[in-house]
Design a protein around this ligand. Structure first.
Ligand code: BGC
Length: 498
């Protein structure tokens, strides 16, 4: 706790005095012409209109309404940025920025308020169809995420992401969305950040649905989310892809991990850390099955705990095949980095993901903290992680579907400008020097919005939203102006070499 508050204080000082981060040399070459620039948001974080036009209750509606103290400011997403009503204005902001892509998410409960087919809500479908048509009319390509954490509460009450049948419900919902939005949307993400959904929602309980079963439920949740992803992938490819010609994948979040020292033990621990995070979701999809180290460690520890089988659910041969290969690109959310050290084997008795993982993590002393305790600024992380994904999963194409930083700044957010410039510079190194095919980038986030358990206390937007004003006034921050110049010139500095 002490460390966290020190980090926050340092950061406030950095912002208050307008100091900027130490700058590495910024790449002064141009991004390839084919590179796609965009911005990202998610339904519950911006839409509001939580019970309008037939929308059902999601688990985040329920979570924040039943116990307001689940968020730092006791606020919720009932209104958020009110984008459910102000979406035309948001599209104009995107246009003004000059981006060619917008990554948004569809709220499952607008389409199927209970999660079941018999609750079909035409008004919800119409809303998104009108929305994507308007994006296209303004020259912006929509990319849609099917699930960004807002599970129908009815499904949650029936086990949610711990119940295998939720994968079937997800498939039914996905089919409706493909049928109606597929003529307009050509890039799909199925599930956004399954690791965060499972760890935060079913492990430490900070996010909806608030379950704290860090040694068991997190693994079952992973299984069901991967089945859901694969179900939607196969439905798309079997029923829609030939005609609609789009691409579909999972979006996985990952830190970039560095060994704390070059000792063999720390290097091995770094691999374990990566397998237990990125590999947990990427390995089943891009290689097949859970990473071996997860199978071994969780299996061994479960046996020593006297359990009849591993806490990590085994896949049937049929399921393995069903999940393997379900990708058309790699959707990567990347914000931050970790230093990893080996530790003594944790005692048996504590059945926890962290003991299963058996590593310790810290931040590098030279990395710059942000106001989010988990997020440090270390631009090289971008290049390192892109190379890791490219070399280990052979995805053909990567989209960086989220990347950004939290600040308290309203308009003068030099801290974010430096962050974006540094990370994008490292991305450009990966593209031009390492041959990594990054097709596009959707920065997080277009707008300041509801930052989950942090409420509105941490702002990730390049455009500020004045939540105290009647019109929820949107204003370009310095970072939005910087991004506008960058997306128009394909260049991170004032002048690029040709
Ligand atoms: C999530 C976003 C979130 C952002 C910043 C990502 O993990 O997909 O919903 O706002 O990180 O915390």
């Amino acid at each position: 706790m002490k460390v966290l508050s020190l980090i926050s204080v340092t950061c406030l000082i950095v912002e208050a005095f307008g100091a900027s981060l130490p700058k590495a040399e910024i790449n002064n070459r141009k991004f390839p012409e084919s590179f796609k620039w965009g911005a990202a948001t998610a339904a519950y974080q911006i839409e509001g209109g939580w019970n309008e036009d037939g929308k059902g209750e999601s688990m985040w509606d329920h979570f924040t309404h039943t116990n307001p103290s689940v968020t730092d400011d006791k606020l919720n997403g009932d209104v958020a940025c009110d984008s459910y009503h102000r979406w035309r204005e948001d599209i104009q902001l995107l246009k003004q920025l000059g981006v060619s892509v917008y990554r948004f998410s569809v709220a499952w409960t607008r389409i199927l308020p209970t999660g079941y087919l018999d609750s079909y809500n035409q008004a919800g479908v119409d809303f998104y169809v009108t929305f994507v048509k308007e994006l296209l009319a303004n020259g912006i390509t929509p990319t849609a995420t099917l699930y960004h954490w807002d599970l129908p509460q009815v499904l949650n009450e029936q086990g949610g992401w711990l119940n295998d049948s939720t994968a079937d419900r997800f498939g039914e919902y996905a089919r409706i969305v493909f049928k109606n939005l597929g003529p307009y949307v050509k890039l799909w993400s199925t599930v956004n950040e399954p690791k965060s959904t499972c760890m935060l929602g079913y492990g430490d309980g900070a996010n909806a649905p608030g379950i704290k079963q860090i040694g068991t439920a997190v693994y079952q949740c992973a299984r069901v989310q991967l089945l859901a992803h694969a179900t939607a992938y196969h439905i798309y490819h079997n029923e829609f892809a030939a005609e609609q010609e789009g691409k579909i994948s999972l979006v996985i979040d990952s830190t970039y991990n560095e060994p704390a020292t070059d000792s063999e033990a720390d290097v091995e621990a770094t691999d374990w850390e990566t397998q237990f995070n990125l590999g947990w979701y990427a390995h089943p999809v891009y290689v097949g099955n859970w990473p071996q180290i997860m199978i071994d460690r969780i299996g061994n520890r479960s046996a020593l705990e006297g359990l009849p089988k591993s806490r990590l659910p085994a896949w049937s041969a049929e399921e393995l095949e069903f999940v393997k290969g379900t990708h058309d690109y790699f959707g990567l959310n990347m914000y931050t980095a970790l230093r990893v050290s080996a530790i003594d084997e944790p005692e048996i008795g504590d059945s926890s993901y962290y003991s299963d993982k058996g590593t310790a993590t810290s931040f590098g002393a030279d990395w710059t903290p942000s106001i989010a305790s988990w997020l440090v600024v270390y631009p090289f992380a971008m290049r390192g992680l892109l190379n890791y994904v490219w070399n280990n999963y052979n995805p053909g194409e990567i989209w960086v579907t989220e990347n950004g930083v939290a600040t308290n700044a309203t308009i003068n957010d030099q801290f974010r400008v430096d962050y974006l410039q540094g990370y994008l510079s490292n991305m450009l190194d990966a593209i031009l020097d390492d041959g990594v095919n990054v097709a596009g980038y959707t920065t997080w986030s277009l707008l300041d919005n509801f930052e989950w358990a942090r409420g509105y206390t941490q702002k990730f937007g390049i455009i500020s939203v004045d939540f105290t004003s009647e019109n929820l006034t949107r204003t370009f921050k310095d970072s939005a102006k910087w991004y506008q110049r960058t997306v128009n010139t394909y260049c991170l500095v004032e002048e690029c070499v040709e």
